[in-house]
Design a protein around this ligand. Structure first.
Ligand SMILES: [Zn+2]
Ligand SMILES: [Zn+2]
Length: 172
């Protein structure tokens, strides 16, 4: 087991996750395409206890998966609005100002930035206390190898097979 560090696009959320190996499982399902805006997603399933959010907060978005059970997607995001009232007023005041003034207003008045939407992990209730982490968001993710592909029946026709592929999920 090795611990890997991950971070979101805007840098407000960081985490550590323990993994058995430097592997990606590619998911070709249509939900991953829609949520991530890519041809497939890169993942590993790990026990919930092996992920620690070390900086910032995640916010959840819940939908119902193929099993009918809820799936909670956790992405970079504060529980409360990160925008202070004075900055909201600033936006209104600055709406008609030249762009360079608007940018300096942003930098000066708003040390608290809005969050990005990097999808850190998700919890499918059907998986019990296991979660699915997005392996490409880890610092070393680009050196991981694909070891399996799931929901292969939804693969886009121009995406080549790079690992053992299952039509849906591996038989349990
Ligand atoms: Zn972020
Ligand atoms: Zn998927």
């Amino acid at each position: 087991m090795t611990s890997y560090h991950g971070s979101c696009f805007c840098g407000q959320v960081e985490w550590d996750v323990k993994l058995e190996g430097k592997n990606h499982v590619l998911c070709h399902c249509d939900t991953c395409k829609k949520l991530g805006g890519g041809a497939y997603s890169l993942n590993q399933i790990v026990p919930m206890k092996d992920l620690k959010i070390t900086k910032g907060q995640v916010k959840d978005f819940t939908y119902h998966g193929a099993s009918g059970k809820p799936v909670h997607c956790y992405h970079c995001g504060s529980k409360e609005s990160p925008l202070p009232d004075r900055w909201r007023r600033g936006i209104t005041d600055m709406a008609n100002a030249p762009l360079h003034s608007w940018i300096s207003c942003y930098k000066v008045q708003n040390p608290l930035r809005p969050n990005c939407t990097s999808h850190v992990y998700h919890h499918q209730e059907v998986l019990g206390d296991q979660i699915v982490v997005r392996t490409i968001l880890l610092d070393e993710g680009k050196s991981f190898e694909p070891t399996a592909e799931i929901f292969g029946k939804y693969r886009l026709p121009w995406v080549k097979e790079s690992a053992q592929t299952f039509d849906i999920m591996p038989p349990s």
